[in-house]
Design a binder for this molecule. Sequence first.
Ligand SMILES: NC(=O)c1ccc[n+]([C@@H]2O[C@H](COP(=O)([O-])OP(=O)(O)OC[C@H]3O[C@@H](n4cnc5c(N)ncnc54)[C@H](OP(=O)(O)O)[C@@H]3O)[C@@H](O)[C@H]2O)c1
Length: 323
Amino acid sequence: MTTIPLQRSGYPVSRLVLGCMGLGGGWNNEPFAAEHVKQAHEAMEAALDSGINMFDHANIYTWGKAEQVFGEVLKEKPQLRERIFIQSKCGIRFAEGDIPGRYDFSEPHILASVDGILSRLGVDYLDFLLLHRPDPLMEPDEVASAIHQLKASGKVRAFGVSNMSAGQIRLLQASCDEPFIINQLEMSLAKIDWLDAGVHVNQAAAATDIFPEGTMEFCRLENIQIQAWGPLAQGIFSGRSTHDQPESIQATAAVVQQMAEEKNTTPEAIILAWLMKHPAGIQPVIGTVNPARIRACGDAVNVTLSREEWFRLYVSSRGRALP
Ligand SMILES: NC(=O)c1ccc[n+]([C@@H]2O[C@H](COP(=O)([O-])OP(=O)(O)OC[C@H]3O[C@@H](n4cnc5c(N)ncnc54)[C@H](OP(=O)(O)O)[C@@H]3O)[C@@H](O)[C@H]2O)c1
């Protein structure tokens, strides 16, 4: 298995990350219950058993409860903290009264968010903090000042971004000594604009591409870890009903199933291995909290796809031939 950018930067992280957005119960201010802590226990155990040592949070997930239930598990198993990598995100704010939902990369908001994250998780430091979605009002100097303080205080070890283009990362990086080493983007066998933007260069089809050109290349050149959120495409290639999906997705789900049978593995492992074959060294952030599905994902690290198999899946999902 290829070495990925985070590993090259000195972090012995697993190829897969467990996304914790599904932990903690509902997106509301009802308190979490014992069953949600049990669910977190089981999900974390399944992840660790599958060789996953990295966990993805955000301060907004289930209104903070995802971090709280994770913190409850760490309280019961404090020895875990040093064995795992915890990542969280900040910068998205919910609507309050007549103030709409918004983004906030102001220095006080970033600093206060990290204090909230650490307290909900019950830990002294975060391994990685990501800026969740680009704030149109971001002031790079202000972001840099917050990052400087978080690093100096030991509250955060390293930094990254999410949902950002190359240009946006460059803008922030120009003011900040601390490197941004992660960019988390939506990518899967269903969400393939990150590939289409590359193959459509100089083609009429490029007119409808929405993926910011040059972002994949920039991250590769700068050793920035690309993480894929939504990598399971909500299960549409691995068992969820596809009857309401376009024909190309239904056909691709059948190819995935066939490859899984041929390789004696799971459909989840096929679609994750497909992402991981990309030379950027993508780290899928799997969002399932179902222990059996987490284990089904774990086998991805043992699956090798040939070039032909990789293109068969890509072209099938596109639903049309390459230019
Ligand atoms: N940076 C960002 O802006 C951003 C945005 C969204 C998410 N994320 C992160 O990325 C992680 C993954 O994203 P995601 O949850 O959107 O995507 P995902 O991994 O593609 O999908 C996970 C969801 O699909 C369901 N699922 C998977 N296989 C299924 C099947 N065979 N049948 C029925 N349901 C199935 C899971 O339910 P079960 O739990 O029941 O398996 C879960 O709700 C999140 O946990 C979060 O950490 C980041």
